[in-house]
Design a binder for this molecule. Structure first.
Ligand SMILES: [Zn+2]
Length: 135
């Protein structure tokens, strides 16, 4: 499961879906896979990222701390078709690329901070099925 995916999921238990604290990784075993760098894709996805959650996930998984607030990128300059931006922005986008798209959790579990339910992750796939009594 890519960290990008993890940024968009919530606990399947109904009463948890309106609650802010989302899922945390436990016992996560990470894998890396090289993926083509697409600054434009990251520029498009950045506004939809839950930044505090991503910060927390990065911390949980032992990555270097992310900036305090979500970075604001300047508009793409004319002629910059790939959206690479300034040197500084490119560095940031590469870091996000590496974290969100190239890093995945192969095994471990996702734990809901609200209800405590644990979702197992195996071979990179999280199982979000709930036992009957929680549906
Ligand atoms: Zn929950």
């Amino acid at each position: 499961m890519k960290l990008l995916t993890a940024n968009f999921i919530t606990c399947s238990v109904k009463s948890c879906q309106s609650v802010t604290p989302a899922l945390s990784f436990r016992d996560a075993e990470l894998a890396r896979e090289e993926i083509d760098f697409s600054p434009l894709f990251l520029r498009n996805i950045l506004p939809r990222i839950d930044w505090p959650l991503l910060q927390r996930t990065a911390k949980e998984l032992g990555f270097p701390a992310l900036p305090e607030t979500k970075p604001e990128l300047s508009p793409i300059a004319e002629g910059d078709e790939e959206g690479v931006g300034s040197e500084e922005e490119q560095k940031l986008l590469k870091e996000l690329h590496s974290l969100l798209l190239e890093t995945s959790v192969q095994s471990g579990k996702l734990v809901c901070a609200n209800c405590g339910h644990e979702y197992p992750i195996s071979q990179g796939i999280a199982n979000f099925l709930l036992p009957n009594h929680l549906v």
